[in-house]
Each structure stands twice: as structure tokens, then as C-alpha cells.
Design a protein around this ligand. Structure first.
Ligand SMILES: *Cc1c(COP(=O)(O)O)cnc(C)c1O
Length: 390
């Protein structure tokens, strides 16, 4: 008999009752160090007082009106994101896939608007992940996500991540945009080289393409800058973000320049929930913290502390781990044994991480961690490795 919850997930026997900062407490009373953050979502940790207050205060006043009316919190959050980024305009969604979908529509509409509707193809990368809707599984191009859902949504080409020559060879007369994750997340925490990013920008300028970045996982402070592409100095045309933007409240955003969004006029796109007053109250509160004094500097510093400490752990356990990859607080441990075994061993010892492509475990701690959390994590990693080696 099919379970009441559609059985598309495989879950351990584990549920949580409450969370506090970097820790989660299970229904059976155990404490876990959360280095998964609901997959890069709860970036400010659990039960952050500023977010809790914003949610409760707004919850008492007004949850939802509709995008047919003005939403002051939405205007405020959009303006703050514009002021803090490359973008001139923002569309709010409820999820990452919807933010990517909006970006795809922005790209297609741009070429339609400038009289080149034949240019609709987007070159993306192999091992990418852009979401689970029909268009975003096509964008991701991964066989395991596409299988059984034919016909595949038209208009995506794929080349290996990090290779400028292959990208250039894939550009044709119908190409509209290049789409990459500045740090591939699900694909196994691969950070794009700054030179690769700059090369893509130059290629886009040369061929008149739009540079479309998926920062759903690596954006909103996780790399140590608000957006990961900032490390390369490159200015994109369109960016999709989500996960960390609401600190756990379902929220996403598609950011674009005025040029790229030229066709996004009245009636071309919309959402019932996207950017509603409740989401905007939490989103504004999360941005208060992320843009607050010293917050991103702490992410950079903790990223360095973590890299140093964890590289030591990996070196001490060469049968379990290869190197540590990634940047800021979006990190991966390369595993020498099945990553699912490592995830399970860490869980037994009270630490939560999540697997990723290329047999890595992903470390996505809340961005509020300090040295004590890194130290605690290193101790658990060490214990779990000893157990796995025995
Ligand atoms: C998680 C993710 C998505 C999809 O976000 P959803 O909120 O699950 O729809 C898209 N792109 C990237 C890079 C992601 O990590």
C-alpha cells in the first residue's frame, strides 16, 4: 500500500522537535550538531530571535493579500537586494526551482523582445542541479532526474563544468544564455574558478548572450559574500536565489538587470504566494542579519578555520576522506568509501550532513557558527572515521 506521504524520499528513523542555533533536538531527546542546515536553508541557525520575532509580529498583523495589491515589505526587500547587488529588479518566488524558471522566462523574453525569438537555447553544465520542475530538470540535464518524464523540455545544451573551450564550442546561432552554479551544490561542491567566471562573462559579451547564475544554494552569504559570483568580480545578467534567503521560510527570488528584464512587463509573469507579507517580513529580517556588521566576515573567517581543521581530519583518515573542497561555508569532503556510510556514521555520533554528487559529503553549517562548533564537528568526524576504519 502506498504511504500517505508520497514515497519519493528515503528517510532514516529520525525526526526533530526543536532547534537552537547550530543544534537540533530529536523527538527521542538526542542532540545533533546541524551541519546540513536543511540543505543550506537555515543559514542563521534554528530559532534565531530576530527571525522568530519578525514572524510572530507579522503573523499577528497580516499574512497574505495578493500581488494585485502593493506589498510594502516586498518593495523594501527588492530595493535592499537591488542596492546590495548587480540587479535592478527582483521577482519573488516560493522556491529555488521557481526562481530558476523565472530566470529562464526572463532569458527567453529578452530575445523575443529584441526581435531574435530564434535565440532561446541555454547552455548549462553537466552535474548541475537547477530544481525538479519539468524545465529545471531539463536545465540540470541529469539522466536520473529526467528518466521517465519524457518529453524533455526543449532548449538546453550541456557541457562539462569549468571548461571554457567546450562552452565556446557549444555556442550556436540559437544560443541565448549560459547558466551555471558558481559553486555546484548537489553536483558535489565544485567552486568555479574566478578565471572561468570571467571567461564566461567575456564569452557572453562577445556573442551577445545573457549570463544566468543559479545561486539558490551558494548565494545569500554562504560563500562569504552575499553572492558567490562577487568573488570573481563578474556582473551577471540574471541570478536565481532561494534556500538561505528566508532562513527556513519558503522564499526565492529572481534578480535581473534592467536590460535583461526588458520584456518582463505587466502580465508576463506572476505568483499567488510569491513575496507575500509573511514571507517578506522574514526575508527582510534575514537580510538584516546577513548584511549586519561583521556577519559575512565571520563566514569567511569560519570558512578558513573549518578548512584548516577539516583538512587535518581528512589527512588523519586517508581511508575515509580525500580532500576538502568548496569555499566559505559551502564545503565538501571527498569520500573514499560510499558517502552514505559516512553520513550514517556521523548521524550515529550526533552530527548531520548531507551527501552530494561525486561521492562527497556536503558540509553546510549555519553561517552563525564559531570555533567551538568547528571543534565539535572535528571531534565527531574523528570519532566516526575511527569507527568506519575499525
Ligand atoms: C536546491 C536547489 C534548487 C531547487 O530549489 P527548490 O527550492 O528545491 O526548488 C535549484 N538550484 C540549486 C543550485 C539548488 O541547490
Amino acid at each position: 500500500m502506498i504511504p500517505a506521504v508520497m514515497p519519493v524520499y528515503s528517510r532514516p528513523e529520525l525526526a526533530f522537535e526543536r532547534g537552537e542555533g547550530a543544534y537540533l533536538f530529536s523527538t527521542d531527546g538526542k542532540r545533533y550538531l546541524d551541519f546540513c542546515s536543511g540543505i543550506a536553508v537555515t543559514g542563521l541557525g534554528h530559532s534565531h530571535p530576530h527571525l522568530v520575532n519578525a514572524l510572530i509580529e507579522q503573523g499577528r498583523k497580516l499574512w497574505h493579500t495578493s500581488n494585485v495589491f502593493r506589498i510594502p515589505g516586498q518593495e523594501r526587500l527588492a530595493q535592499r537586494l537591488v542596492d546590495a547587488s548587480f540587479a535592478d529588479t527582483v521577482f519573488f518566488t516560493n522556491s529555488g526551482a521557481e526562481a530558476v524558471e523565472c530566470g529562464i522566462k526572463v532569458v527567453r523574453k529578452y530575445y523575443d523582445e529584441i526581435g531574435q525569438p530564434n535565440r532561446y537555447r541555454i547552455i548549462a553544465c553537466t552535474n548541475a542541479f537547477h530544481g525538479r520542475t519539468l524545465a529545471t530538470i531539463a536545465a540540470g540535464g541529469q539522466e536520473k532526474l529526467l528518466k521517465g518524464f519524457d518529453p524533455v523540455f526543449e532548449g538546453f545544451d550541456h557541457v562539462p563544468f569549468g571548461n571554457l573551450n567546450e562552452m565556446r564550442n557549444a555556442v550556436g546561432p540559437d544560443t541565448a544564455a549560459i547558466l551555471i552554479e558558481p559553486v555546484q551544490g548537489e553536483g558535489g561542491i565544485r567552486a568555479a574558478d574566478p578565471d572561468y567566471m570571467r571567461g564566461l562573462r567575456a564569452m557572453c559579451d562577445e556573442f551577445g548572450l545573457l549570463l544566468f547564475l543559479d545561486e539558490v544554494q551558494c548565494g545569500m552569504g554562504r560563500s562569504g559574500k552575499l553572492f558567490a559570483h562577487e568573488w570573481s568580480g563578474v556582473k551577471p545578467d540574471v541570478v536565481a536565489t532561494a534556500k538561505g534567503i528566508g532562513g527556513g521560510f519558503p522564499l526565492g527570488a529572481c534578480l535581473a538587470t534592467e536590460k535583461a528584464a526588458v520584456g518582463m512587463t505587466y502580465g508576463t509573469h506572476g505568483s499567488t504566494y510569491g513575496g507575500n507579507p509573511l514571507a517578506m517580513a522574514v526575508g527582510n529580517a534575514a537580510l538584516d542579519v546577513i548584511l549586519g556588521d561583521g556577519f559575512l566576515a565571520n563566514v569567511v573567517r569560519m570558512g578558513q578555520v573549518l578548512e584548516k581543521r577539516f583538512t587535518g581530519v581528512a589527512a588523519a583518515h586517508p581511508k575515509v576522506f580525500g580532500g576538502v573542497r568548496g569555499m566559505g561555508l559551502i564545503r565538501g569532503f571527498e569520500c573514499k568509501i560510499p558517502n552514505t556510510d559516512v553520513v550514517a556514521a556521523l548521524r550515529r555520533h550526533g552530527m548531520l550532513v548531507v551527501g552530494g554528487g561525486d561521492n562527497v559529503i556536503r558540509l553546510l553549517p549555519p553561517l552563525i557558527i564559531d570555533e567551538s562548533h568547528v571543534e565539535h564537528a572535528a571531534e565527531i568526524l574523528d570519532l566516526a572515521c575511527r569507527e568506519l576504519e575499525a
